[in-house]
Design a protein around this ligand. Sequence first.
Ligand code: TRP
Ligand code: SF4
Length: 333
Amino acid sequence: MKQTIVSGMRPTGKLHLGHYLGVIQNWVQLQDEYDCYFFAADWHALTTKYDKTEELRQNTIDVIMDWLSCGIDPDKSTIYVQSLVPEIAELNIYLGMITPQNWVERDPTLKDMAKILKTKEGQGQQINYGLMGYPVLMSADIMMFNADYIPVGSDQVAHIEITRDIARRFNNLYGEEFFKESKPLLNNCALICGLDGNKMGKSFHNDIKISDTAEDTSKKVMTAITDRSRLRKDDLGHPDECEVAFKYWQIFGSEDEIATVRCECEKGQRGCAQCKRQLGDKINSKFEKIRERRKYYEEHPEIVEKIIEEGSAKARKKAQEILSHVRKLIRMY
Ligand code: TRP
Ligand code: SF4
């Protein structure tokens, strides 16, 4: 029997290279070894964006199209939409009943989210009951499939600590070692920064999307920050102070290419414009296949719909098995 993996993403729209390198690439590799459940967390999106639902459906489709294009395979993994598996909502109710309020109030990731909402960027939004339930709903996502591992970024680990606490409490209360204590699976790949050197993010307008065209990608790469002390192309360069472009080379180039770029840059034999043009080509060749596949799915949205429908039905079947045992343990009617 394979061990189980569950992971999700809030559907915030088209994904960028940070998502690809940090999360999706990792998921693709896990598919062969584990029984994987990957889902678009549309209820979690509602915890803060309940008033902006016009794009929720398209964002959900876009996220899943990106996954499929990158190699998440519906024949290997179960791909679904959270809200199409209502069993998760029922489990969320039971878990909410056994979760002490101070466990969620202590959650540092939630505290950060609340802080952002109160600032200008969050337009002074208030903190709703649903947002306080974020880690409980996430626990329901995870426990719904009794996951062994959760591949996530380090910012999600605090939530998963709560999941483990809730699972332990459930088992103690209802007298059976039923739920596993799921563990986070961190991947140690280097984070890719945005074109301006800050964290890559949609709202910072410094990202390259998986679905960007080759032309757009090349144009964007030309704006990447380089060694700021370099004015002319034969000035001696300092790759280690080339804030973005050289870092991208280190992610996308082969060892030989990186060595060549470093050497030519240091000797003043390589202009930054030429260097970034090459870098754009390099990135484009890496994403060529992925973008071709994405175009195919865009032209055949009915295929994506079907994958979502079938994946969600499959997820529900498994969820119903677990839920019926949970109801028995709690002695529901
Ligand atoms: N909170 C996660 C994020 O923002 C998304 C998520 C929701 C999730 N439920 C999950 C991740 C369950 C892993 C497991 O990235
Ligand atoms: Fe950076 Fe390339 Fe310019 Fe050197 S030549 S500073 S590595 S962009």
